[in-house]
Design a protein around this ligand. Structure first.
Ligand code: ZN
Length: 140
């Protein structure tokens, strides 16, 4: 009788579901919304794949923002160099020569006159798409 019941409870893995964190198979009998191992404590260690994965995602996000921040600072330094050499009014060739990417600014805004401002760390670049002129501005 007992053996029979155990056999019935035996998990099957026909649906091929696996934990999104550690890849361990998830039994077909588990709830259909389950995407991670069941939270469990084995020999005093906690196995909690859902939290572990969330933490990993957080650090990915942090890494991404760190990378963006250093990218912006590198460009900012290039702007400072260009400013020193060329003054506040520059052209597209200057931007290219100093490897300044307007699409990598931390903030891009457009005022009602159609002038763009690409904001970096210490500097911003104003861009007039009609006259194709660029002006370096020190952020306050
Ligand atoms: Zn897992």
């Amino acid at each position: 009788m007992l053996k029979n019941k155990n056999q019935q409870d035996k998990p099957t893995y026909l649906l091929n579901r696996a934990c999104e964190y550690c890849g361990e198979p998830i039994a077909d009998q588990a709830h259909s919304s389950r995407t991670h191992c069941k939270y469990q404590i084995n020999d005093g260690t906690i196995k909690d794949c859902k939290t572990a994965k969330a933490r990993e995602n957080d650090s990915e996000e942090r890494k991404y923002f760190e990378k963006r921040k250093s990218e912006i600072k590198v460009i900012d330094k290039q702007i400072a160099l260009m400013f020193e050499k060329k003054g506040e009014n520059v052209n597209l060739q200057d931007l290219e020569a100093y490897d300044i990417h307007l699409d990598k600014s931390s903030e891009l805004s457009c005022d009602k006159n159609g002038q763009f401002t690409c904001k970096y760390y210490l500097y911003s670049i104003h861009f007039n798409p009609h006259s194709l002129t660029y002006k370096i501005i020190k952020n306050d």
